[in-house]
Design a protein around this ligand. Structure first.
Ligand code: ASP
Length: 356
């Protein structure tokens, strides 16, 4: 009897042992946790880099560092790449130095029409909004479209109404007005022989003496913002937000709200956010092309350089830059303009900020 019981227990042990060993053999090899990483940009441009004084450069440096820290804080607490890119972009949308949210460029009728998009590398879901007027953080609206509708792009009054209905923070149009951007707008309108419209209702009266802001800032025609991130689970995300090109015709939509043009993220490839003359980014499906090269095994730097230094300048007027982050490694960037505001940080590393 005792012998039978021992024999039975021995068989059970063998079966459990084999099953355990099989289960172990089938378990995926434990992956080293991917270091989180983030890169942000604050637009690419030309003449401003030549004439930027120290005070202006310092102001941009501090702003970029603040936005980077907001994104890094999310990743450090094991937050998602989506939340990190959104957090960083929200800080830049609130910052009047950048052409997104508060501080947006003006359309030719003196209104602010803002565009934004966000994309999740896990499943390539995402959405954009174009030509919105009242949402304090257009990037939140893009995410709301992604999460609460079946659409990937909403525009104009319909998007404004959806924003209110979602309970997102609304602002009067005067909130988005900044003297710096208005001066730049006046200059663009004059240079293109178009009449400068009246200052928008609610804007403060023009300053008595000409502004003390550095002249370099006035020629800053770009200033779009964006972010790419990889979280500690290895997932990627990208986000972009802009007031668009100064003096654009009302109704013009650039690349920033369009998935595959100004924003792209795919865990199988890379995350991309662009800045530059949007028409060319749309024609090239630029962000998607960078993503596809990554997916086919190109290094993110090679993919970015191929589009920015070969394909984009092949179109006369094709100017701009991208930030790119792959499944491993450091975030990279590429621009064919004189400069691009950007900053990056990787887990365990120091923040790095480039202003000039
Ligand atoms: N890409 C933006 C647009 O065309 C502008 C920019 O990046 O500065 O609207």
């Amino acid at each position: 009897m005792f012998a039978t019981e021992c024999w039975r227990r021995w068989i059970v042990c063998v079966i459990v042992g084999i099953t355990g060993a099989c289960a172990f053999a089938q378990a995926p090899a434990p992956k080293a946790p991917a270091p989180w990483a983030i890169e942000i940009h604050g637009g690419a441009g030309e003449a401003e880099w030549l004439s930027m004084d120290q005070a202006t450069a310092d102001a941009y440096r501090a702003s970029l560092a603040r936005a980077l820290a907001a994104g890094s804080a999310v990743l450090e607490k094991h937050g998602t790449a989506m939340d990190a890119v959104q957090a960083a972009v929200e800080v830049l949308e609130d910052d009047p130095l950048f052409n997104a949210g508060r501080g947006s460029a003006f359309a030719a009728d003196a209104t602010n029409e803002m565009d934004a998009s966000i994309m999740n590398g896990i499943d390539t879901t995402g959405a954009g909004v174009a030509g919105v007027h009242f949402t304090r953080h257009p990037i939140q609206l893009a995410r709301a479209v992604m999460e609460h509708t079946q659409y990937v792009l909403m525009a104009g009054p319909g998007a404004d109404a959806f924003s209110k209905q979602q309970g997102l923070e609304q602002e009067p149009t005067s909130y988005f007005f900044t003297e710096m951007r208005w001066k730049e707008f006046e200059e663009v309108m004059r240079k293109s022989n178009r009449p400068v419209p009246a200052r928008p209702a609610g804007a403060p009266p023009p300053p008595a003496q000409s502004s003390k802001l550095a002249p370099g800032i006035f020629s800053h025609l770009f200033g779009t913002v964006g972010a790419v991130a990889r979280d500690s689970s290895g997932h990627l995300a990208a986000a972009t937000s802009t007031g668009g090109m100064q003096g654009k015709l009302p109704g013009r939509i650039g690349d920033s709200p369009i998935l595959g043009a100004g924003t792209y993220a795919d865990d199988k490839g890379c995350a991309v956010s662009g800045t530059g003359v949007g028409e060319y980014f749309i024609r090239l499906s630029l962000a998607h092309q960078v993503g596809e090269l990554c997916r086919k095994g190109e290094a993110p730097q090679h993919a970015a350089d191929q589009l920015i230094h070969t394909d984009l300048p092949a179109l006369p007027g094709g100017e701009g830059g991208v930030i790119v982050l792959g499944r491993t490694g450091m975030p990279v960037w590429s621009n064919n303009t004189l400069g691009m505001f950007h900053a990056r940080q990787i887990q365990g590393g120091q923040p790095e900020v480039w202003v000039k």
